[in-house]
Design a protein around this ligand. Structure first.
Ligand code: FRU
Length: 503
């Protein structure tokens, strides 16, 4: 497909044509990572939901395949998960791939369905007795099933989002499901609606003797910067109930940007837990300045747990496979900044697709940072505010920041709760703003920053993902210049490297 979109990323996964939101059915099998996704094959706005499909051997280079599961008489094919049925629990053969998704329509509501594949996830046959699970209380928002094997009970478990909580079920044959418990009412950022759950077990500080369960909860609304975001809860699971270690009001974010949503993890990857975010926000996902396609995934991230000040947090670091994107490395000698320092056109010939790595030691500076900027004066500001103890990314002057169309825009049909209607509402600018993360999550006087820029996105990873921050930006020319600055002191920059990134 010829690329007519200026903002199409160089190295992030996007559909070739059409609309994409959540990553679905993430599963690893026979040397391939499968990325299914919420997909509209007929246009670049949300609608007609199918499961699109791409595969990769390395999480970075994706091959586009035909949509795997198409909309049917039960409705849209909403989000869900896949497993490899090593034990032939469902009777479709040992190692069949089985997908679990939500069928959504005004007629039938939101119900959980399954489909199986005997050709490594290329084509699926829907179970003839779908649905496999309906809400026991007639709940309207009941979706996005994540299925996983729970070793102690020798059973399959399902976690499903149910409005303001997550519900656990268990099954022996993947077809009949028994309700176990719900968790989440009143927990985390408020107000919220829960979507796209995941439930993973991870070693604390790398110690396999000390594992914790983590519930990943995508919420929309609820993001502290507006719209959609991903939070998580750390705790214990006894096979029936999840107990969170912290009080309901404690909020832990998986990413501190505004364009990180519907993040879930791959099945069947052993001890590695790899998550894939959708890089947008429901507040404006349908009106980004893109035509031919809409929606990209952020870079896959490896999740781990670390302890800080007696609390357990989850780090999300870019997967090591992303290093294969590095084409040409430009090391920069260590330097000190007091006041301002401009590195003109350091990113020239990189076509807006590069990685910037560095160690920043703020020293006695009150504030230290840099602008990624272009000749038009458009800039994304990234800085450490030592007085507030924050990492900030400010995109108010980053390029196109006013995403409105004629003062009004159509609210996504999905968000009205009625799939047939669209509404017009008064526009407000949800895009022009800064996002921030607490530096207290990090350990040192020196911060390691690893920043990925790709046409219309910036992803920042600090200290191995203790802070992850993902934001879209729409500069009308690529940022090619770096301007460093400090306030109230002198800061050191060391081990800086700039890489051109490409496939
Ligand atoms: C999350 C979500 C899911 C739903 C899907 C529909 O972004 O709202 O809850 O299954 O998108 O496309």
């Amino acid at each position: 497909v010829a690329n007519t979109d200026y903002y199409r990323p160089v190295y992030h996964h996007t559909p070739q044509y059409g609309w994409m939101n959540d990553a679905n059915g993430l599963v690893y099998k026979d040397g391939e990572y499968h990325l299914y996704f919420q997909y509209n094959p007929y246009g670049s706005r949300w609608g007609n939901m199918h499961w699109g499909h791409s595969v990769s051997k390395d999480l970075i280079h994706w091959e586009h395949l035909k949509p795997a599961i198409a909309r049917d008489t039960l409705g849209h094919i909403f989000s869900g998960s896949s497993i490899v049925d090593h034990r032939n629990s469902a009777g479709y053969g040992k190692d069949a791939m089985i997908a679990f998704y939500t069928s959504a329509s005004d007629e039938h509501g939101q119900i959980q369905c399954m489909a199986y594949s005997n050709d490594n996830g290329r084509t699926f046959t829907k179970y003839e007795k779908n649905p496999i699970l309906t809400p026991f209380d007639g709940l309207k928002d009941f979706r996005d099933p994540k299925v996983f094997w729970y070793e102690p009970a020798q059973k399959w478990y399902m976690i499903v989002s149910a409005d303001k909580e997550m519900r656990f079920y268990s099954s022996s044959n993947l077809k009949e499901w028994e309700f176990l418990s719900g968790f989440g009412k009143g927990y985390g950022a408020q107000p919220n609606q829960f979507e796209c759950p995941d439930f993973v077990q991870l070693a604390v500080d790398g110690n396999p003797e000390n594992k914790k369960w983590v519930m990943i909860v995508n919420i929309n609304p609820g993001c502290m910067f507006g719209g959609s975001a991903t939070e998580y809860f750390v705790g214990e699971f006894d096979g029936k109930e999840f107990k969170c270690d912290t009080k309901p009001e404690v909020v832990k974010w998986l990413d501190y940007g505004k364009d990180h949503y519907a993040t879930v993890c791959f099945s069947n990857t052993g001890d590695r837990v790899i998550a894939v975010p959708w890089m947008s926000n429901w507040q404006y996902a349908n009106i980004t300045p893109i035509k031919q396609y809409r929606g990209a995934n952020a870079l896959p991230r490896e999740l781990s747990l670390y302890t800080k000040d007696g609390q357990i947090y989850m780090a999300a670091n870019v997967v090591k496979e992303a290093q294969s994107l590095r084409k040409d490395a430009r090391p920069i000698e260590n330097f000190t900044v007091k006041g301002e320092l401009e590195m003109d056109t350091v990113f020239s010939k990189m076509e807006g697709a590069y990685e910037l790595e560095m160690d920043v030691t703020p020293g006695n500076a009150r504030l230290v940072g840099f602008d990624l900027m272009n000749e038009k004066g458009e800039k994304s500001k990234i800085y450490l505010d030592m007085k507030e103890g924050r990492l900030v990314m400010d995109r108010t002057e980053s390029g196109i920041v006013d995403l409105k169309r004629n003062g009004k825009f159509d609210v996504h049909a999905k968000e009205t709760g009625n799939y047939r209607k669209t509404l017009s509402v008064n526009y407000q600018n949800d895009f022009a703003l800064g996002t921030w993360a607490p530096l207290s999550l990090c350990e040192d006087k020196t911060y390691h920053l690893d920043i990925f820029v790709d046409k219309c996105s910036i992803e920042i990873f600090v200290d191995g993902g203790r802070i992850a921050m993902t934001n879209l930006v729409f500069p009308t020319k690529p940022y090619d210049t770096l301007r460093f600055y400090t306030e109230g002191g002198e800061a050191e920059f060391s081990n800086m490297k700039i890489y051109k990134l490409g496939m």
